[in-house]
Design a protein around this ligand. Structure first.
Ligand code: NAP
Ligand code: 8YV
Length: 320
């Protein structure tokens, strides 16, 4: 046992980031195997000063409680719903994420997913590859994107970037957040149901966590109606996935574009079988450029924190 402060990698990270943590900071990786993890924690937990993790793993309540000298958690991603921020606040542990630097990439993918879902880009590609065009079949008409009304649930950084892109398509934009946003030219809806009622397409981009658990419930999907579409680039937890599957399979919803799911990487078999949905493996921020800048921001936070200058991008409510 030594008292040198340790940087701990929790879960998989971008390989170049994991390399930089290991070479520049002598970081160690928490074993994945439960028995090995438990033995590692028994031997080294007291040395861990900083944990570096990603959205899909995080530092949950048990792991955080097992690290008595933890001082900071750095999250590769803007969402921090898998990390116990309440315990961190109580214990004065700083939590930082990577906000802003992935906004454009996520907004681009959301708009691409929306266009694909309404216009059937992936479906038409399958149609051609399957030889159906060559065999004389006609691809069915699809739904116009330009001029449609798009509801944005969560007009934050990414929601705003999506709205700005879609305004360029001549879409009417409505939104719902817990409060109206000053100075935006979009229609404010007082609830998720009111937003869905006003929208042809509902794009979901609120943070995950208990406050937004199934915020898109069956009532919201019903309000969207049989000609309505859902696009989710937020978290699987924010949509009632069973209700979504039911409405899609029964034709009570026209289609969905989904980058996120309730139990990733598992996607319900019913969705895999549906031609009206476009499915993505949680890749909205996954460009070379964005992932590099996210990794750089993690390292900048770490260097700043270790130099005693605090976290550069603490999450709301966190100590810096
Ligand atoms: P942000 O700037 O904090 O925006 C979040 C928005 O959601 C704000 O407008 C906020 O407004 C609203 N909101 C929060 N709680 C709400 C509630 N209970 N009801 C209604 N609105 C609520 O965050 P961001 O950078 O845009 O990121 C948003 C989320 O996108 C992340 O947290 C993450 O889960 C997800 N994301 C996914 C991917 C992906 O790969 N698919 C990539 C990046 C991000 P108010 O506080 O005024 O309500
Ligand atoms: C992930 C995301 O961070 O930022 C978020 O909240 O969901 C994504 O950008 C990314 O997939 C890497 O973990």
């Amino acid at each position: 046992m030594t008292d040198v402060p340790l940087i701990l990698q929790v879960g998989p990270l971008k390989p170049s980031l994991a390399d930089a943590l290991r070479t520049e900071f002598r970081a160690e990786k928490l074993p994945d195997d439960p028995a090995e993890r438990s033995a590692w924690l028994t031997a080294h937990a007291g040395r861990v000063a900083v944990a570096v993790t990603a959205y899909n793993v995080g530092v949950g309540p048990d792991l955080m409680a097992a690290l008595p000298n933890l001082r900071a958690v750095l999250i590769f991603g803007v969402g921090y719903d898998s990390t116990d921020t309440a315990q961190a606040r109580e214990r004065g542990i700083g939590v930082a994420n990577t906000p802003g630097v992935l906004t454009d990439a996520v907004a681009d993918l959301a708009v691409g997913l929306l266009i694909d879902t309404l216009r059937g880009v992936s479906r038409a590609d399958r149609f051609v590859r399957d030889g159906r065009w060559a065999a004389g079949e006609t691809f069915p008409l699809t739904r116009e994107v330009s001029g449609s009304t798009v509801g944005i649930l969560g007009l934050g950084r990414i929601g705003t970037a999506i709205a700005e892109r879609l305004a360029g398509f001549g879409c009417a934009i409505a939104y719902h957040s817990r409060g109206a946003v000053d100075g935006v030219p979009y229609l404010y809806a007082a609830s998720p149901v009111a937003l869905a009622e006003a929208s042809d397409v509902l794009v979901v981009v609120v943070p995950g966590g208990p406050a937004t658990e199934k915020i898109v419930d069956d009532d919201v999907l019903a309000a969207l109606g049989p000609d309505g579409y859902l696009v989710n680039v937020a978290r699987g937890s924010v949509v009632d996935q069973e209700a979504l599957v039911r409405r899609l399979t029964s034709g009570q919803l026209a289609g969905a574009g989904l980058d996120v799911f309730a139990d990733e990487p598992n996607v319900p078999a019913e969705l895999l079988a549906l031609d009206s949905v476009v499915l993505q493996p949680h890749v909205a921020s996954a460009t070379e450029q964005t992932r590099q800048v996210m990794a750089d921001l993690i390292l900048e936070n770490l260097r700043s924190f270790l130099a005693g200058d605090g976290l550069i991008t603490p999450v709301p409510g966190s100590v810096a």
